[in-house]
Design a protein around this ligand. Sequence first.
Ligand code: ADP
Length: 199
Amino acid sequence: MLRIGLTGGIGSGKSTVARMLAEAGIPVVDADQVARDIMEPGEPALARAAEEFGADILDTDGRLIRSELARRAFATEEATAKLNAITHPAIREEATRRLDACEAAGERAAVYDMPLLFELGLDEAMDLNVVVDTDVEERVRRLVEKRGLDEADVSNRIARQVGDEVRRTKADVVLDNNGSPGQLEEQVRALVARIDAAS
Ligand code: ADP
């Protein structure tokens, strides 16, 4: 099975591409969803986070209070590293399990939609790495206008990700999303044809 890594800076159009690929019949493992699932009650990563950051990050039903964890884990770099040491391996394991399940089900290809694909070196486990590339100003504009996000917050988050140049250099395929949604769709169609030919 062809494993396809999909990444892009926040607001680049990565989720839009993931949706198009799913519509073309290619299963998508969404790392953000995996990150939420490993913090459900009963999951070992949640128990470890409660040990590290205090039982106050859980409500009376044992569910994670995200704002409480964020307040503690993002207070210092050291605390953030501690949280990442708990969550990143768990996300990696669960995502691999889901990709393996796609393979066992006889899928010809599967996509791993992962914002931190290159940052965590996960691209190395993929057969094809796809980057959605959009100029920073355009990404900020779309996120502020279409998703109602705060401009300063968006710019901060972009500053904390790897630069576009790094992503472009590491990519096997770059989808340029500075144009219209139709132009993006055309490039995704070509990508699907390439995936079909390779799998
Ligand atoms: P990401 O998952 O990379 O953060 P999204 O796919 O959610 O980005 O796209 C960010 C926003 O920009 C969404 O509201 C999306 O509908 C919109 N968008 C994506 N591609 C285009 C495009 N080519 N033209 C205009 N808006 C777009």
